[in-house]
Write a protein that binds this ligand. Structure first.
Ligand SMILES: Cc1ncc(COP(=O)(O)O)c(C=O)c1O
Length: 389
């Protein structure tokens, strides 16, 4: 089941997006070509079948994330889920909300928080992270004592792969009566997350980070949480998100969640073994290599490295037709700015300039690993040789 073809570069940018699982595509195709009804059409069987498919998808998402189907709102992806949670939370409360936010959140969270602050609906308190992207929990407790309404800390970072202690964060939130918004876009389907048991208030996820389609996601909302909708219309999804349901996309998200639920326990250790192999091959050939992130709590498919003295964009330019990797987050890489995550963890400038984000997944083969290691070391050596001449 290798998603790479011979002519195409080896794909190692799974944090940007994943190839779709063919089983997900197959299910979606049926709902595009055969069962194409509108899930709100109650007058015929086409509508009934679409509605049943949406209900099944809600159960599949709920099972993966440990909650009830009624707590799920389908959206166009994590960015919309994040906006619905944060804007919806602030708009539902008349007073300016005190938000404690991690500086290494995705731009979708940071920009939404900033916009709310500019609108006078929120005041932001920046949390502290260390050089591995780990949240300072003592500082979180300290700021909560000043009266925090909402905590925003992601489950796993999309650049350096650091996994957050979401249970401890949720406990702190509960202790201080704050809501907890968790962007689980990179964590869902890769690490176990039990929404109800952990006690998360709002959780965002996206299908295209777990072998599902782009443009589909969900927001999980704790049953007693109060949100004002962003999109008004026909009152779909209990009025929380109007608009005709994207049935094939929702089916794809559901199927992707079902497969993650069934296969995550086997897939993730296998992905980790491949990542560790790539890491050791690179370390053997490039002794000065620095591995970023929390090496004890890191996504299995994440390998974020820095090579001091290397210009990362020069390496990417040389390798881009053979290997697809990234200098930073794909969602923001259109903008030529140093990664806010690497800056927030205070990585020295030469390590930021020499940073490469490699991310692999279940379709990555052993051959991909050895070829990528070879390509990276040879390209690096060629650049440095030219540099020395
Ligand atoms: C951590 C994180 N949050 C949010 C997003 C945005 O997701 P979407 O593309 O579904 O809007 C991404 C995408 O890169 C992400 O990695």
């Amino acid at each position: 089941m290798n998603a790479n073809t011979q002519e195409k570069p080896i794909y190692m940018d799974y944090h940007a997006t994943t190839p779709m699982d063919p089983r997900v595509v197959e299910r979606m195709l049926y709902y595009m070509t055969q069962a194409y009804g509108n899930a709100s059409s109650t007058d015929h069987v086409y509508g009934d079948e679409a509605e049943a498919a949406v209900a099944t998808a809600a159960r599949q998402v709920a099972t993966l994330l440990g909650t009830a189907p009624r707590n799920i709102i389908f959206t166009s992806g994590a960015t919309e889920s994040i906006n619905l949670a944060l804007q919806g939370h602030c708009n539902a409360r008349g007073t300016c909300q005190q938000i404690a936010v991690s500086p290494i959140e995705h731009k979708a969270v940071l920009d939404t928080c900033q916009a709310l602050q500019e609108q006078g609906k929120a005041t932001l308190t920046w949390l502290h992270v260390d050089q591995q992207g780990r949240i300072d929990l003592d500082y979180l407790r300290e700021v909560c004592q000043t009266g925090i309404d909402l905590i925003c800390i992601m489950a796993a970072n999309n650049e350096i792969g650091t996994i957050a202690p979401i249970q401890e964060i949720a406990n702190i939130a509960a202790q201080y009566n704050a809501a907890y918004f968790c962007d689980a876009t990179q964590g869902a389907g890769k690490i176990p997350i039990d929404f109800d048991t952990i006690g998360i208030t709002y959780l965002a996820l996206s299908a295209h980070k777990m072998y599902g389609p782009k443009g589909t996601g969900a927001l999980l909302i704790q049953s007693d949480a109060n949100l004002v909708p962003l999109i008004h219309g026909g009152g779909h999804q209990r009025g929380m998100r109007s608009g005709t349901l994207n049935v094939p996309g929702i089916v794809g998200l559901g199927e992707a969640c079902k497969l993650r639920y069934q296969e995550m326990d086997q897939d993730e250790p296998a992905i980790q073994a491949k990542r560790d192999h790539l890491q050791s091959l690179l370390q053997a050939h490039i002794p000065q290599l620095v591995i970023n992130g929390d090496l004890k709590h890191r996504l299995a498919g994440n390998l974020h490295i820095s090579i001091p003295g290397l210009d990362n964009s020069m390496l990417i330019a040389r390798i881009r037709h053979q290997l697809a990797i990234s200098t930073g987050s794909a969602c923001t890489s259109g903008i030529e700015a140093p990664s806010h995550v690497l800056q927030a963890i205070h990585l020295p400038t030469d390590l930021i300039e020499g940073a490469l984000r490699i991310s692999i997944g279940k379709f990555t083969t052993d051959t991909d690993i050895t070829t990528a290691a070879h390509l990276l070391t040879q390209t690096y050596k060629a650049i440095m040789q030219k540099h020395d001449q």
